[in-house]
Write a protein that binds this ligand. Structure first.
Ligand code: SF4
Ligand code: MSK
Length: 635
């Protein structure tokens, strides 16, 4: 309508992804509104953007003035620091809850596979089962997988239910880091307890000291990184296989005009794993052929896509900001979704192109979508039905098809085990190759670049600029989630991209035959970065805590509360973590100073913020150099 046409940005300014730009143009021609245009139309509330408002009780909402933050307090007397700390802590709690609930679902699946109640899945990676069990001091010698799994389930259940003591995976935390946590009283007990206590403490009239609120936010975030997320990653590897390098095509060009195209978008791998089985069913393949198709084409989007791409080499069609845009191709015969990052706007766009949008998870229905419940005990009932719906839509395609041509091929699937195998072990009786190369300066440091895309900033652009700048300066980059897809689309995930790297990193890449960026999977797989960082500490020569390492993290285009939780568990684990787009905080306040300086003084990491990706890279490199100097490996 007129209101939308007035504010329209050039598609090339909305995204660095040519396929998505092409679909934005087509959508506008078709009269279909996407999130990019809605973002233009929806100006953020400036008070909310600074986190200077509170609606934690009904004496409010109370709005403070970000320009003069100490002039006013809320009706209850809450100061700007209390209000911002509470808002931030609640975002951490929500993000941690999302990862924790996902991890718990995986653990329940594992339990029922082990006790024989679920027959459609099995333990695919017995080696991983043994290594996870050993890391938790569970006896493995001479025992059956069944017995080890039963003990592992019981042990990992404590991640969620324990009310006192330390979470199981705390055993993996480097000594120096753990000592700091113990001293500060922030070792996570159980995720449910931490999240519950966080919600309690941020209720009106409870915790009204920003430092104490932040202390519980640290603990809650750590219960995500070293708890819910880590359980999700490790159990998914045990059930479905640990990723190892695989060549994959990424971008909308993976859709095939003459095939039945099915997209899976969300976060839990079990739906997608069963889809792989359904689309290979001879009966359903025949049904697709009978409908005039060459076959069935299953592709992923967002994080379950990133996970399946990493684990099985399944093509990936795009990240968060492309999920509506891809429907505009007219070529998507069904999109099935489960949980997290699924825009409600998909329902309307799907309707415009006659594409069934199918919700599958009991926790996530969408008005206007078809709901076909996915049941772990009878998974094929749901996934076969999804395929049947897609075949029927293919037969009755009414819209012209326009599939962007772009596909970039690269190497994905670098689990922490593979990174360890490739760059670990011992090297000429000294340190592991990664540590050795950091110490000798070929690799300056390691950066995690993670997180979403956000229509408030040009899609993929900051990811690409940041990563190019980091590798140019010999910083090895680890990627997850939508960041990994942005970088893959830009062609940086192939070994040939080593020519973008500085001379030291290039030499390492060429010797090992690896790209200068290593994609580790979905957003729960950020836990792999924590494990890789712990391995770096364990292998020696780089200090005794994660805070000592020459590493930094960034989420230049984040948008979700999960990203806040991830950022905060990296900070609480000792990593300098820089976010882009926006940061929910008022500068020159006590709470700002705590997040951006004070936490580091306590022995943890610290937050950073910059909208400019090159400036962000500069800050990360300066931090890496500072750590190198402190370690005495500066040269
Ligand atoms: Fe206002 Fe305090 Fe209620 Fe928040 S908790 S809405 S600051 S009165
Ligand atoms: S999907 S949390 S947009 S990374 Fe994990 Fe992507 Fe961010 Fe969702």
């Amino acid at each position: 309508d007129d209101k939308n046409t007035k504010t329209m940005m050039d598609p090339k300014d909305c995204t660095a992804c040519d396929s998505t730009a092409q679909m934005i143009t087509k959508a506008r021609k078709d009269g279909v509104v996407l999130a990019f245009d809605r973002a233009e139309d929806m100006k953020p509330c400036p008070i909310g953007a600074d986190s200077a408002c509170c609606k934690n009780c009904f004496m409010g909402p109370c709005r403070l003035n970000a320009r003069d933050p100490y002039k006013k307090v809320g009706v209850c007397g809450a100061t700007i620091d209390t209000i911002m700390a509470r808002n931030f802590a609640r975002a951490v709690a929500s993000g941690a809850a999302a990862h924790t609930d996902h991890g718990m679902a995986m653990l329940e699946l594992f339990r029922d596979v082990v006790n024989g109640k679920i027959l459609d899945y099995e333990i695919k990676d017995s080696f991983k089962l043994h290594s996870v069990a050993k890391s938790l001091d569970i006896e493995t010698e001479g025992r059956s997988d069944q017995d080890i799994s039963t003990d592992l389930y019981k042990e990992l259940e404590r991640t969620y239910t324990q009310v006192d003591g330390e979470m199981p995976f705390v055993k993996r935390v480097p000594k120096g880091t753990l000592e700091t946590w113990r001293k500060l009283g922030i070792v996570p007990r159980g995720a449910m307890r931490e999240i519950m206590e966080m919600m309690h403490r941020t209720h009106i009239g409870v915790d009204q000291h920003y430092e104490n609120i932040t202390k519980q936010a640290n603990r809650t975030a750590l219960s995500d990184g070293w708890g819910g997320s880590m359980v999700a990653t490790e159990i998914s590897d045990i059930l479905f296989g640990t990723p190892s390098p695989v060549e994959v095509g990424v971008n909308m060009g993976v859709l095939k005009e003459k095939m039945v195209n099915i997209i899976i978008h969300g976060h839990e791998p079990n739906l997608f794993e069963s889809m792989v089985v359904s689309v290979a069913s001879p009966t359903l393949v025949q049904a697709a052929k009978d409908a005039g198709a060459d076959g069935i084409n299953l592709v992923g989007m967002c994080c379950s896509g990133a996970e399946m791409m990493s684990r099985h080499g399944i093509p990936h069609a795009g990240n968060f900001s492309s999920t509506e845009a891809i429907l505009v191709t007219g070529a998507v015969d069904t999109m099935a979704v489960d949980i997290q990052c699924i825009k409600q706007g998909l329902a309307e766009v799907a309707k415009c192109y006659n594409t069934p949008l199918i919700t599958t998870n009991t926790r996530a229905h969408i008005e206007g979508a078809v709901h076909i419940e996915f049941n772990d005990h009878l998974p094929m009932e749901c996934t076969d039905e999804i395929v049947i719906k897609a075949i029927s839509r293919f037969k009755n395609r009414v819209h012209p098809i326009e599939i962007p041509k772009e596909v970039k091929t690269g190497i994905q699937g670098f689990s922490h085990e593979y990174v360890q195998y490739m760059l670990g072990g011992t090297f000429r009786g000294g340190y592991a190759p990664l540590n050795e190369n950091i110490i000798n300066g070929r690799i300056r440091g390691v950066a995690g670049v993670v997180g979403c895309t956000n229509p408030r900033t040009k899609q993929d652009d900051s990811h690409i600029q940041l990563v190019k700048e980091l590798i140019k300066n010999d910083v090895l980059v680890l990627l997850t989630g939508c960041a990994q897809i942005a970088i893959a689309k830009a062609g940086l995930a192939s070994p040939e991209a080593a020519h973008y790297a500085g001379p030291g990193l290039r030499e390492v890449c060429e010797t090992v035959g690896m790209p200068p960026v290593l994609g580790l999977g979905s957003c729960v797989d950020n836990s792999r970065i924590l494990i890789a960082a712990s391995a770096m500490v364990a292998q020696g020569g780089l200090g005794d805590s994660i805070a000592d390492l020459p590493v930094a993290g960034a989420a230049p285009e984040y948008m979700s509360e999960k990203a806040i939780s991830i950022g905060h568990y990296f900070v609480a684990s000792g990593v300098y973590t820089v976010f882009g787009v926006t940061f929910p905080i008022v500068e020159n306040t006590k709470f700002h100073n705590l997040l951006f300086n004070g936490l580091e003084e306590q022995g943890l990491g610290k937050w950073g913020f910059d909208k400019d990706p090159i400036e962000m890279a500069r800050k990360m490199i300066a931090h890496i150099d500072k750590k190198r100097k402190e370690l005495g490996i500066d040269q």
